[in-house]
Design a protein around this ligand. Structure first.
Ligand code: ZN
Length: 101
């Protein structure tokens, strides 16, 4: 197991997990609900964490995440609720959590 990604926003971590799963990686999401238990003042170690089950996948998975965060080749979509720009590989708006449909 190897930690590949963590973010204070659970939706961001969920999106990364979904993207990695769509690319065929075996991933696990930890601490998914830890932040709500700590009343919103979550210290770093309770952020949701995306773990790779296979250490050998790390380099290729990292490239997938980097291509998302840089937004170089992906299309974007505009959220119908809040008009925010979202990466095409995300199923939910990162800002208001509305579904892309
Ligand atoms: Zn939105």
């Amino acid at each position: 197991m190897r930690l590949i990604y963590t973010h204070e926003n659970r939706i961001m971590a969920l999106n990364i997990r979904n993207v990695l799963m769509n690319h065929g990686f075996d991933v696990s999401l930890n601490n998914e609900f830890a932040s709500s238990a700590s009343g919103g003042l979550a210290p770093f170690d309770t952020w949701p964490e995306v773990w790779l089950l296979k250490d050998d996948d790390f380099d290729s998975a990292k490239k997938v995440i980097e291509s998302i965060s840089h937004g170089t080749k992906q299309a974007i979509w505009h959220c119908k609720s809040c008009k925010e720009e979202n990466d095409d590989s995300f199923d939910y708006c990162w800002k208001c959590h509305a579904e892309n449909n």
